[in-house]
Design a protein around this ligand. Structure first.
Ligand SMILES: Nc1nc2c(c(=O)[nH]1)N[C@H]1C(S)=C(S)[C@@H](COP(=O)(O)OP(=O)(O)OC[C@H]3O[C@@H](n4cnc5c(=O)[nH]c(N)nc54)[C@H](O)[C@@H]3O)O[C@H]1N2
Ligand SMILES: Nc1nc2c(c(=O)[nH]1)N[C@H]1C(S)=C(S)[C@@H](COP(=O)(O)OP(=O)(O)OC[C@H]3O[C@@H](n4cnc5c(=O)[nH]c(N)nc54)[C@H](O)[C@@H]3O)O[C@H]1N2
Ligand code: SF4
Ligand SMILES: [Mo]
Length: 725
């Protein structure tokens, strides 16, 4: 027990305290690239008294973001869900009644009744009438997807295509490089030029910032390309407020200049890429003048940016997922990701691009998720697939309807696009809805059964990251609060109630962690020697073969040379695979149909960005008073350019209505030059804590991006008027 005290070594404590107080290594499991190591201090009574960033973690570096620094407010919040509940007879679905809509029941009752209902629905409508709905409420490997997947596979339930966040950019990445790897976060310190492209680093990815600061102290410049002036943009050397959804044109315009002015790395291109001629020909169409008309970025600025990019090494692009949440987002992501392949930036420490590092973690997904169990389901085949970004449509289907919805790790009533249709679906009395949650979210308002879930402090898991290359063990710091149960435990127990006899439903958490790591089999190179036993002793392990640059003075460069895991074995400027799907073989810019240059909803003149809040995590934390105070300047606010406001008779602080044919949202105008002319911005929130009972997703459609089936959250047109008119 004394050994657990190393974190506070040197502090003089009473003997008793030293014996009883522990520091436990956990990992923040919220959907954030940083996957911070979090040290939790637990007192003699088993209560957490402190959370702090792991000072030994090279990316966490001892600090946490503002959201999780106050995490104990969340864990011990008075409104945590602590017991299973059942909707009272006659209680309407929908907001308003809060806890009064439910009655407390035992876990045994809850599991028995849910299993009975699922069996009945299964018998009457077939297993595919059951739809699981989950996303990244936790990105712990087991909590994100393990026992739950086994359960729904064995049931024969509809499969959920988890597209809501990253599949558009992910497919773009894979089409170009074959693998979702990127510039090492710690290497950003070596870059001489950093482009933050659709990346809100201060808000969403704060642990990259110290490396950018270090680079800037050494003379690097930071350029931010974002239609919104984030804090990162305000602190940058240059902010380029591009029109939403037009990034493909800007990237192609940069290529135009790079090719025209001989700023490409010919040797790198010759050895490592496929389709350069076709790309160069495409780029010739994108003169800076044309690009100005497409993007709102002055021709001279396109020239300047391209020359800066072509004449500097190393250059690092931090592209985040903002760019791909748009109709043309797949093409945009492809084009941007191709830039470092043109200049050979991948050859240098601190060069290249990072959209995600998630491809570095080769978990044994087959073992964890057991898709083979679908064959043992009553279906006896692969189940149909439903795109989670089209939830509203899915719940409205009259043929082969969805009759049961099982929600966990997600809050679709708040986060899914086209909220009007989503809520209509959730309100259906004939839809059986179970929600496994930590709080009484907007989605819980529509549940028939509510099950309490543990937080990451109350369970054990293993985790990778999409913003660094460390595997970490998240130990269990606390006993579950109340009767909360983890996802793994819930689905294991529900499987027993359903009569699923396969041994895999009785695997323990440790079994699952060992399976994720391929223990007992041949471990893939990046995980070699990383076992549960090792992680118990040393909870943070860098992926093998990706040595940090401090080691041996030999930096790891993922794409310095081939072969690449693409069909051609090269970086693909030209993709036959995409051409075969009737997509552009070489990226091109097509203005989003719902945009200022598109043909759809042209009667609405303003582009709307329903963005993430800096002090919340999607819809998480929104209910906590302390977090709401931190975000108070933006709660319920619409940011609008002073000229757009003046044209509409709108003044600062005035109540306004933002509307399109999908709905009307009451907000308060904040006159702001953080948005350019023609762009207005609001932020994600809880519906029931918003005036009018809806959030920004009321205005956003279910139209999809060009690749990967992802939503086009940022391709939306609206108009605004004073509320009293
Ligand atoms: N504080 C906080 N942190 C978070 C989250 C959160 O909600 N709050 N969410 C987490 C999640 S789920 C994710 S996926 C990551 C994502 O993190 P990011 O990828 O950074 O996600 P976004 O905030 O969607 O987009 C980033 C920026 O892109 C801008 N943008 C919008 N449209 C365009 C465009 O067409 N072109 C360009 N160039 N930029 C555009 C937005 O204004 C925004 O500032 O962050 C995670 N971290
Ligand atoms: N307008 C607009 N809409 C957006 C976005 C946007 O930028 N703008 N971003 C989109 C993106 S990128 C994403 S990723 C999605 C995110 O959408 P969601 O995945 O729904 O993300 P959260 O809002 O964080 O909701 C996660 C829920 O999971 C719960 N949870 C956390 N841990 C656990 C657990 O261990 N077990 C269980 N059962 N539950 C748990 C939390 O309490 C929380 O309510 O939203 C999308 N929606
Ligand atoms: S939300 Fe992100 S930055 Fe904040 S503690 Fe979690 S991983 Fe770290
Ligand atoms: Mo996301």
């Amino acid at each position: 027990q004394y050994r657990a005290e190393v974190g506070t070594a040197g502090r003089i404590q009473s003997y008793n305290q030293a014996m009883a107080t522990r520091t436990v290594h956990t990992v923040c499991s919220h959907d954030c690239p940083d996957s911070c190591g979090v040290l939790v201090t637990v007192d003699e009574a088993g209560k957490a008294t402190r959370v702090q960033g792991d000072p030994a973690h090279p990316v966490t570096r001892g600090f946490l973001c503002g959201k999780v620094a106050k995490y104990l407010d969340r864990v011990y919040a008075p409104d945590r869900l602590l017991y299973p509940m059942r909707r009272r007879k006659g209680a309407q679905k929908g907001p308003g009644a809060e806890l009064a809509a439910f009655e407390r029941i035992s876990w045994d009752e809850a599991l028995d009744e849910i299993a009975a209902r699922l069996k009945a629905i299964n018998a009457e409508f077939g297993p595919e009438s059951v739809l699981p709905y989950s996303y990244a409420g936790s990105i712990g490997v087991l909590t994100y997807g393990s026992m739950d997947r086994r359960f729904f596979h064995r049931l024969g339930a509809s499969q959920l295509d988890r597209t809501i966040c990253a599949t558009t950019g992910g497919e773009a990445y894979v089409s170009v490089y074959g693998q979702k790897l990127g510039t090492d976060t710690e290497q950003f310190r070596h870059a001489r030029l950093i482009l933050a492209w659709g990346a809100n680093i201060h808000g969403n990815n704060i642990h990259l910032w110290p490396f950018i600061e270090e680079a800037r102290r050494n003379g690097a410049r930071l350029v931010v390309i974002d239609p919104y002036q984030t804090r990162t943009a305000a602190l940058a050397d240059w902010h380029i407020p591009i029109w939403p959804g037009t990034d493909a044109a800007l990237a192609l315009g940069m290529m135009h200049v790079l090719v025209r002015d001989g700023l490409c790395d010919e040797e790198y291109i010759r050895e490592n890429t496929h389709g350069f001629e076709a790309l160069a020909e495409r780029a010739r169409e994108y003169s800076p003048e044309r690009v100005e008309a497409m993007t709102g970025v002055a021709a001279a600025d396109v020239e300047r940016l391209a020359r800066m990019y072509g004449e500097t090494q190393p250059t690092a692009i931090r592209m985040n997922y903002g760019v791909q949440r748009s109709e043309n987002g797949g093409a945009a992501a492809r084009a941007i990701l191709m830039l470092p392949a043109l200049t050979g930036a991948w050859k240098y420490a601190g060069g290249g691009a990072q959209l995600t590092t998630s491809g570095g973690f080769p978990w044994d997904k087959q073992a964890l998720e057991r898709p083979d169990l679908m064959m043992q389901s009553p279906l006896g085949r692969k189940a149909r697939v439903i795109n989670m970004s089209l939830l509203g449509q899915a719940l409205a289907m009259t043929e082969d309807p969805v009759k049961a919805l099982f929600v966990y790790n997600s809050n679709p009533a708040a986060v899914a696009p086209e909220q009007g249709e989503v809520l209509r679906g959730l309100r259906r009395e004939d839809l059986f809805t179970v929600v496994h949650e930590q709080f009484l979210t907007d989605t819980v308002d529509y549940a028939d059964y509510v099950l309490p879930a543990t937080t990451f402090l109350e369970q054990k898991d293993v985790q990778g990251a999409y913003g660094h290359y460390y595997v970490q063990l998240s130990k269990q710091a606390l006993e579950p609060l109340g009767e909360a149960r983890s996802n793994v435990r819930l689905f294991g127990e529900l499987a027993q109630r359903m009569g699923f006899t396969e041994a895999c439903f009785r695997d323990s958490v440790d079994d699952l962690i060992r399976q994720a790591l391929w223990e007992g089999g041949e471990q893939p190179e990046p995980l070699q020697g990383i076992t549960l036993d090792l992680l118990e002793e040393h909870p943070s392990q860098r992926l093998r073969g990706t040595n940090a640059d401090e080691e041996n003075g030999k930096p790891w460069l993922p794409f310095a040379q081939g072969p690449f895991a693409t069909p051609s074995g090269k970086i693909e400027f030209f993709s036959e695979a995409l051409a075969a799907q009737d997509l552009d073989a070489v990226p091109a810019f097509h203005p989003p149909k719902e945009s200022r240059r598109g043909q759809l909803r042209a009667e609405y003149p303003l582009e709307f960005l329903g963005r993430k809040a800096d002090n919340y995590m999607n819809s998480t934390f929104v209910n906590l008073p302390g977090h709401r105070v931190m975000e108070s300047q933006y709660n319920g606010v619409l940011e609008i350019h002073p000229q757009d406001a003046a044209e509409r008779g709108i003044e600062n602080g005035m109540a306004v209505v933002v509307w399109n044919d999908r709905g009307s949202l009451p907000l308060v105008a904040k006159l702001s030059r953080k948005v350019g002319r023609g762009v207005v911005a609001g932020r994600l929130h809880w519906n029931k804590l918003s005036e009018g009972g809806s959030n920004v997703n009321l205005l956003i459609g279910q139209h999809l991006a060009d690749l990967g089936g992802g939503p086009a959250f940022y391709s939306v047109l609206v108009d605004v008027r004073p509320a009293n008119r």
